[in-house]
Design a protein around this ligand. Structure first.
Ligand code: FMN
Length: 322
């Protein structure tokens, strides 16, 4: 999501500050004063020096994706970073995701010819060179001036399926043009059926073949960390975001011409009947995203034939309706 422009963005001031901080920490670690503080503090200093502050200058320098996290924290406006970094409530799901990933290993294949590994697969009727897809992420201009268009160009380069958020900065038509292939369209439908209907027709006309219904915002979302970052941001945000949620919605191209209101975003009454209705309305394949695993999928009432894929242990189930 972060392109070259952002990786070049750390200013001299930031870099100088980091160098000065690093020098100070090295000085502290070498100081006899630290030894005199006792073992607990000596260990703390050792931790700090073993993980030096470092900001990669180009994406190619990144050792792993978390190198980009450090850059994002340094270059993004405070509240935009908060939007990027937050989970919901007390970040429990975010923490559970990380924990679950720690249990996933790459199984090394020794003494097997792995020179040419074929990772291609067919998912949702789409042939792809690897099973990696880009998850829907809203408002990408908050992170980079090219927003979803830049992401589309990256996805095009690697022939990756891009799942486009409903609350993008750029329209699905422009993104598909930049991607040079259909994207998947993610839907936050609102409680007004005609809003959903208009967006579905528009996505189909633009060429989308997959519809992702996100249901984890149906009763709102409590984003504590995001709120903490937002209140720490002293800029006047109204210049870009307007005066309230309806202005925010008006700035989103996919809701253009739908007459959607922010009050309709609360969709707590949605049930599987809505999925049935979607299915009758669209020719796109339907994926339900955001079913949190508080009930076992076998017990979910669904009148529809569904394929159920478990992501990872302890991660939310994804229901793929084909
Ligand atoms: C900044 C940000 C914006 C997101 N926007 C959306 C969105 O508009 N629609 C959606 O369905 N999911 C959205 N998500 C959720 C992601 O699609 C994804 O489900 C979530 O980040 C978990 O995957 P991960 O562990 O790879 O980050 C967003 C996530 C982030 C971090």
């Amino acid at each position: 999501m972060l392109g070259a422009r952002h990786f070049g963005a750390p200013t001299d001031a930031i870099m100088n500050k980091n160098i000065a901080r690093r020098q100070f920490l090295n000085f502290l670690a070498a100081s006899p004063l630290v030894a005199a503080l006792g073992s607990r503090d000596t260990n703390a200093a050792a931790d700090l020096t073993s993980l030096p502050d470092y900001l990669v200058k180009t994406p190619h320098n990144a050792l792993d994706v978390f190198d980009m996290h450090a850059v994002a924290k340094n270059v993004l406006p405070t509240s935009h970073y908060g939007y990027l970094a937050t989970g919901t409530d007390g970040n429990e799901t975010l923490a559970a995701n990380r924990k679950a990933f720690e249990k996933i290993y790459l199984r090394a294949m020794r003494m097997v010819d792995t020179k040419n590994v074929d990772m291609s697969t067919r998912l949702l009727g789409i042939d792809m060179p690897s099973p990696i897809v880009l998850a829907p992420v809203g408002s990408q201009n908050a992170f980079h001036a090219t927003g979803e268009i830049g992401t589309a160009k990256g996805a095009r380069r690697h022939d990756t399926l891009q799942l486009l958020s409903n609350v993008t900065t750029h329209s699905i038509e422009d993104v598909i043009a930049a991607r040079g292939a259909p994207v998947g369209f993610q839907l936050y439908p609102t409680s007004n059926w005609s809003v959903a209907q208009k967006m579905i027709k528009r996505a189909e006309k633009a060429g989308a073949k997959v519809l992702i219904l996100t249901v984890d915002l149906n009763s709102g979302s409590n984003r504590v960390l995001m709120g903490q970052y937002a209140r720490a941001d002293e800029r006047d945000c109204s210049a870009c975001h307007g005066g309230g949620p309806d202005d925010w919605l008006k700035s989103k191209p996919m809701y253009e011409g739908t007459a959607a209101t922010s009050a309709e975003f609360d969709n707590a009454a949605m049930t599987w009947e809505f999925v049935e209705r979607l299915k009758k309305t669209t020719t796109m394949k339907v994926v339900v995203k955001g079913i949190v695993r508080t009930i076992f999928p076998e017990k979910i009432f669904s009148p529809l034939p569904v394929k159920i894929f478990q992501g990872f242990h302890d991660l939310p189930w994804q229901i793929w309706h084909t």
